[in-house]
Design a protein around this ligand. Structure first.
Ligand code: FAD
Length: 150
């Protein structure tokens, strides 16, 4: 029997210092390890970075999300991890993605930068649903743009 599906949404502060090349290298490493480890844990999701903040959506079973998130929380490349939502969900929104990524040049990350700056990391002003909708909407746009190119 399939285990019930959950979705976790969090934001965190970037602690990677250095120039853009260093930042890109570290993010490439994070994505590379996510794309190896997440399929093993049956985790899908999306990661967004802008204005010194990360936002991430993880989808999977309760236990698998907990295992993955425990590792992520200990990572010194970010801090001030704030969970915005951890709730049951009926389906995966990022089912094709062990970890989709929206970087500083994406429209999604620009909008996220605005939201995070205005909220000043106050969780009561940061809604998980808003961040989730932003990622979902931009993933759909990105996927349909890539289909149009094929
Ligand atoms: P190892 O690779 O053995 O590393 C040991 C310790 O060193 C860990 O605490 C690790 O966090 C830390 N570490 C590793 N590389 C560096 C580095 N370059 N600089 C500083 N410290 C380092 N992992 C996933 O599996 N799935 C995800 O979806 C995911 N999302 C992430 C999102 C963010 C914003 C961040 C910052 C990290 C994310 N990671 C993710 C990476 C995760 O935190 C672990 O680094 C990775 O899973 C490897 O874990 P490990 O226990 O095998 O550690």
């Amino acid at each position: 029997m399939n285990e019930p599906l959950f979705r976790l949404i969090y934001i965190s502060r970037n602690e990677i210092s250095g120039d853009e090349a260093t930042l890109n290298r570290e993010i490439d490493q994070i994505l590379a390890s996510s794309r190896v480890k997440n399929p093993i844990e049956n985790i899908t999701g999306a990661l967004m970075f802008n204005a010194g903040c990360f936002a991430q959506v993880l989808e999977g079973s309760h236990n698998e999300i907990q295992n993955t998130f425990e590792r992520i929380q200990c990572d010194p490349r970010h801090s001030h991890v704030v969970v915005l939502a951890f709730e049951p969900t009926s389906e995966r929104s990022f089912s094709n993605w062990s970890m989709a990524y929206f970087g500083t040049n994406s429209n999604a990350a620009a909008k996220f930068g605005d939201i995070a700056n205005k909220a000043g990391f106050d969780p009561s002003l940061l809604e998980g649903d808003r961040i989730f909708d932003l990622l979902k909407e931009h993933l759909i746009e990105a996927e349909s743009a890539s289909h149009r190119k094929q």
